[in-house]
Design a binder for this molecule. Structure first.
Ligand SMILES: Cc1cc2nc3c(=O)[nH]c(=O)nc-3n(C[C@H](O)[C@H](O)[C@H](O)COP(=O)(O)OP(=O)(O)OC[C@H]3O[C@@H](n4cnc5c(N)ncnc54)[C@H](O)[C@@H]3O)c2cc1C
Length: 421
């Protein structure tokens, strides 16, 4: 039986929001839980949208966080296809697009992020795509099928994780793929140049073409359809479809308009380690939240599945008054062709002074470590499994490690983290 005297509202029906709702009930909260999402689909997980679901190997049903009936069973009041247009902090209410006002005692912002748009001529043509939502994946899947059948060309702007995963899926359909990237290597802003080129080689082996050091400057077309793209260094590439995969921006406009603090340099809603915003009754989790400080510096906004999975429930516990310190090591996974990988930590270019590998890089079975002053900041395991816990312990330990020991597969990682026998 729901106690109507306390109402917790969650804005954003993605992974962070739905996992927060689940955690509130699991922790014994008996008040009203209202989950509002502007998409019509029930909350779903996005990683398959650029992997198995896009490639046609995962069923649509497999992407949803819960069965539709679960929400009513858990007494979660679900408002789908509804946008929260205003947050009134003084009146402790949110307003939906249709004018409905909903009171809250505690509020969670889990509004996620949205794809950045290309700001060049031709972006309104019908075969220019973004990939964030199930509907986007459905459309792109249809186009990749057609491109594969007709030897058509897909141009992808951006060699980040999503751009590369879509490149892999598109090659599996048989489409011709060109990736245009402003940096000198794929994944440059995450992995730096050393490991980035390894991904360029992987994709080249599968027939992907790269154009580094350039940006799209124009998409040309006729009758609504793309014909080619131009780059700012004067090149032209044939194209029938274009995917803009140039990153995502946090959906923090609601918070900003309500006067909540944003975290400088991230655009995210600033939260402390208990995931509280600058208003003690408003919390934030998932892609939209930026931790003011972390053991690895800050502010830090993490746009990864595991962060949504874990920070949603952590915020829910915090809303219930439990002691919460959210200090998980950032974690990410990806699959491209027969390469599976996990990345833990945070070591953008400029933050590290060496990269050390253990294992067989040429065979793509190895772990790479990013270090500064002999301390591990981040680790990437490629086709090597069950090491994430040890890599994260090493990062957390902050202990100096010797380069030779780190590169030696016979030295257990647990010993280096100080946990060995
Ligand atoms: C194609 C793709 C592939 C990915 N692959 C990986 C991967 O392999 N590994 C990995 O670690 N991460 C991956 N990610 C990232 C991961 O999916 C995100 O980090 C995660 O979805 C974030 O969850 P979230 O709940 O914070 O936000 P979201 O999933 O974006 O959910 C937020 C929801 O809130 C809704 N919303 C926003 N504003 C409002 C409003 N005002 N009113 C109502 N509703 C609103 C949004 O429409 C959305 O439905 C991928 C992302 C994409 C797009």
């Amino acid at each position: 039986m729901v106690d109507a005297h306390r109402t917790f509202v969650i804005v954003g029906g993605g992974l962070a929001g739905s996992k927060a709702a689940e955690a509130l009930r699991a922790e014994g909260f008996t008040g009203r839980v209202i989950l509002i999402g502007d998409e019509r689909d029930h909350p779903y997980e996005r990683p398959p949208l650029s992997k198995g679901y896009l490639a046609g190997s995962d069923e649509r049903e497999s992407v949803f966080v819960h069965e539709p009936a679960w929400y009513a069973g858990a007494d979660i009041e679900l408002h789908l296809g509804q946008t929260v247009v205003r947050l009134d902090r003084a009146g402790k209410s949110v307003e939906l697009g249709d004018g409905t006002r909903l009171h809250y005692d505690k509020l969670l912002l889990a509004t996620g992020a949205e794809p950045r748009r290309l700001d060049i001529p031709g972006t309104s043509l019908a075969s220019v795509h973004h990939l964030r939502r199930l509907a986007h994946a459905d459309r792109l899947r249809g186009r990749l099928t057609a491109l594969g059948q007709e030897n058509g060309h897909l141009v992808i702007a951006g060699a980040g994780w999503i751009g590369l995963e879509v490149a892999a899926a598109a090659r599996e359909y048989g489409a011709e793929v060109t990736v245009v990237e402003a940096e000198p290597a794929p994944l440059h802003s995450v992995l730096g140049p050393e490991m980035g080129m390894l991904f360029a080689d992987l994709h080249r082996e599968h027939g992907v073409r790269f154009h580094f050091g350039a940006r799209l400057s124009e998409i040309t077309g006729a009758d609504g359809m793309v014909q080619s793209v131009r780059t700012d260094d004067g090149d032209e590439h044939p194209a029938h479809d274009v995917l803009a995969a140039i990153g995502a921006a946090p959906r923090s406009a609601l918070a900003e308009a309500a006067g909540l603090d944003l975290a400088e340099g991230t655009g995210g809603v600033a939260v402390d380690s208990a995931l509280r915003t600058s208003d003690p009754d408003v919390y934030a989790a998932g892609d939209v939240a930026a931790l003011r400080e972390t053991p690895w510096g800050g502010p830090l906004r993490v746009e990864h599945w595991a962060n949504a999975l874990n920070s949603g429930p952590a915020a829910a516990r915090s809303m219930l008054g439990r002691d919460v310190v959210y200090d998980r090591v950032p974690y990410f996974f990806s699959d491209q062709y027969d390469v599976g990988l996990e990345y833990s930590g945070w070591a953008p270019p400029g933050s590290y002074d060496q990269v050390v590998c253990r294992g067989d890089v040429a065979k793509r079975e190895f772990i790479a470590f990013w270090l500064r002053d002999n301390r591990v900041l981040a680790g990437l395991n490629v086709n090597v499994w069950d090491v994430t816990g040890a890599v994260q312990d090493l990062i957390r330990s902050g202990r100096p490690v010797g380069r030779d020991a780190l590169a030696d597969p016979d030295v257990p990682l647990a010993d280096l983290a100080g946990g060995g026998n």
